[in-house]
Design a binder for this molecule. Structure first.
Ligand code: 13P
Length: 201
């Protein structure tokens, strides 16, 4: 195995464990991937607890879901990852969580309005909510692409969770963290009064 792949697997697992401790992931939900050249990706395995995941559990597969390396099956959301890589070649890593405050917005099919400068800087402003599709289908990815093609750094997936994109794993992860932070702050602010969006300042 190439050094680069080895290092990516190690970093993916490290980030998974940290994100699990941060509460971005619960149980086995959520998944992340890194795009490699030639239509291949490294992706977390399906249904494995993050605190038990090791670098060799990461799966290398193509965009048709064919496993090329690894003894496990890829995340059940591999089709979503594949559709985003197909449509948005500028994105090289994807981070999918069910982080609770952001997912609450997804459950009521509401975008998170741009209320913080960090949302502008890291996410491109408002975090849109993509239309519902059954988890595991390619439609989840196709609906997300509709939002992402308008320049968003992340979107919500209706009744499901969050999808953050990046030019690398570090950026996708940072965006997933900011999505949850924005959702939590918006939620607190809405309990106090009417949140003011930054375009009105
Ligand atoms: P996997 O364990 O198959 O990655 O699925 C978890 C999930 O988040 C589905 O949306």
């Amino acid at each position: 195995m190439e050094m680069k792949e080895k290092e990516l697997r190690r970093r993916m697992v490290e980030i998974c464990r940290e994100s699990f401790r941060q509460g971005l992931f619960t149980g086995t939900s959520g998944n992340l991937s890194v795009y490699l050249e030639a239509g291949e990706m490294l992706i977390t395995p399906t249904s494995l607890r993050y605190d038990q995941m090791e670098p060799e559990d990461i799966v290398r597969c193509d965009l048709e879901g064919k496993v090329l390396a690894g003894a496990r099956q890829p995340s059940s959301e591999w089709r979503m990852h594949a559709e985003v890589y197909r449509a948005c070649p500028q994105h090289k890593a994807l981070f999918h969580t069910h982080s609770p405050y952001a997912t609450a917005f997804a459950v009521v099919h509401r975008s998170i309005p741009a209320v913080l400068i960090e949302m502008q800087l890291f996410l491109g402003g408002e975090i849109p909510c993509a239309a519902y599709a059954t988890p595991g289908t390619r439609e989840v990815g196709l609906h997300a692409v509709t939002c992402l093609q308008e320049g968003a750094g992340a979107c919500l997936l209706a009744n499901h969770g969050v999808l953050a994109v990046g030019e690398d794993l570090e950026q996708a992860r940072l965006r997933a963290e900011y999505v949850e932070d924005a959702a939590r702050i918006y939620h607190y602010a809405a309990a106090l009064g009417e949140p003011v969006t930054i375009d009105r300042l």
